[in-house]
Design a binder for this molecule. Structure first.
Ligand code: COS
Length: 387
């Protein structure tokens, strides 16, 4: 399919594809096995200037948007989403600053994130605040010229590896989600340490860790926006970044389709390549059709997000929901096409199937995406009735 990419967009896609094929594919199994953070690849992506695709030129970025970022994420994901999530999570950490930060904050932090010199991470989730993002317990108490943060964030992608963290904490717990605020906390700040590194089913190259705050003092200048804006910062950040999860899903599923098609052409049973059997062809046809539909939706939504449209929550949730469900199904089917070999670690689809599961869970479970979509539909219907 031709998605009418500009020359620049084609260059971004081709560059990311080359890095994925040459640098990521050969080491993905080893990174997964060793649960090793892909620093070498992060450096290569930084040298290729891919970290700042969505960051405006005035802050050292390329000046593109979610769409350009999705093109890069998709290609890296085609090789390994443990690597692509480490790349993409820096964007998730940067969006609060980009969307709600002051000019000083943007100038101070975005150039280093755009160049890939410093990774960012986003700290929202807690042990008791997963789907219920408003259930945040971490507190930030105003004290003189700063805030004192206490609490623990859980399952933070890039935890320990990133240097710039955007963290949601309650400045006024009595006000619920309206009492949350967003802060920038730098690695090395006294009182800020890292807890347990998680052992995961998939995306094992990525770092997932606790952020522990014990009387961690940050200056007032590190408050993003104003007090009480934290929940909004988190929601708008997720609205921007969820198409990126869709792009991870599309890339991952494409990688699985590539493997399954290649295998089906080689593997002979009953005297013929299994690709000549309709039962196999039909499976491959469904996998490819579903993933093309997912790609078309993800691209359309990323472009819609970049158009500056005011309320993109529903579309953004749809792209994440649809593409991740497709990726789960496609990777399960890729294993099926490859039979016993697909189940073995000698072939990459076993890892792809394990990796796919997280796409239906992180950045909001797919049940939460359905809630967001359903709530938007009902709100629209109610507004239309009033007119
Ligand atoms: N943009 C702007 N404002 C939004 C918003 C959005 N996308 N979503 C919600 N809000 C606003 C609401 O309009 C409401 O405003 P008022 O208080 O002025 O009425 C406020 O935020 C609270 O919204 P709501 O009542 O819908 O909040 P809930 O506590 O019911 O939670 C969900 C809403 C479930 C959508 C939210 O908690 C969520 O997204 N959870 C998943 C979190 C997640 O993705 N975690 C993954 C980890 S981050 S990698």
């Amino acid at each position: 399919m031709d998605y009418f990419l500009t020359e620049e967009q084609q260059e971004i896609r081709d560059l990311a594809r080359r890095i994925a094929q040459e640098k990521v594919k050969p080491v993905r199994a080893e990174l997964d096995e060793k649960e090793e953070f892909p620093w070498e690849i992060m450096k290569t992506l930084a040298q290729a200037d891919l970290f700042g695709l969505y960051i405006p030129e005035e802050y050292g970025g390329f000046g593109g948007g979610a769409f350009e970022n999705c093109l890069a994420v998709e290609e890296i994901s085609r090789a390994c989403i443990g690597v692509s999530v480490s790349f993409a999570a820096s964007g998730l950490g940067a969006y609060p600053i980009l969307l709600f930060g002051s000019e000083e904050q943007k100038k101070k932090y975005l150039p280093a994130i755009a160049s890939g010199e410093r990774l960012a991470a986003f700290g929202l989730t807690e042990a008791g605040a997963g789907s219920d993002a408003g259930g945040t317990r971490t507190t930030a108490v105003a004290d003189g010229d700063g805030y004192v943060i206490n609490g623990t964030k859980q399952w933070i992608t890039n935890g320990g590896e990133a240097e710039i963290y955007t963290v949601i904490a309650m400045t006024n717990p009595a006000r619920g989600s309206r009492g949350a605020s967003a802060f920038i906390v730098e690695k090395g700040t006294p009182g800020f340490s890292f807890g347990k590194k998680e052992k995961k089913m998939g995306i094992r190259a990525s770092a997932t860790r606790e952020l522990v705050f014990k009387d961690c003092r940050v200056p007032k200048e590190n408050l993003i926006g104003r007090e009480g804006l934290g929940f909004m910062v988190a929601m708008k950040t997720l609205d921007k970044s969820r198409p990126g999860i869709g792009a991870q899903a599309v890339g991952l599923a494409q990688g699985a389709i590539d493997e399954a098609v290649a295998y089906a052409r080689e593997r002979r049973q009953f005297g013929s390549p299994i690709a000549s059997f309709q039962a196999v062809q039909h499976m491959l046809a469904d996998m490819a059709t579903q993933n093309e539909a997912a790609r078309a939706l993800v691209y359309a939504v990323a472009r819609y997000v970049d158009s500056g449209a005011k309320d993109v929550s529903r579309a953004s949730a749809m792209s994440k929901l649809f593409a991740s469900d497709v990726a789960m199904k496609v990777t399960v089917d890729a294993v099926q096409v490859m039979g016993g070999y697909g189940y073995m670690r000698d072939y990459p689809v076993e890892k792809m199937m394990r990796d796919a599961k997280i796409l239906q869970i992180y950045e909001g479970t797919n049940q939460i995406q359905r809630n967001v979509i359903g709530a938007a539909l009902i709100k629209e219907a109610a507004a239309a009735k009033k007119k």
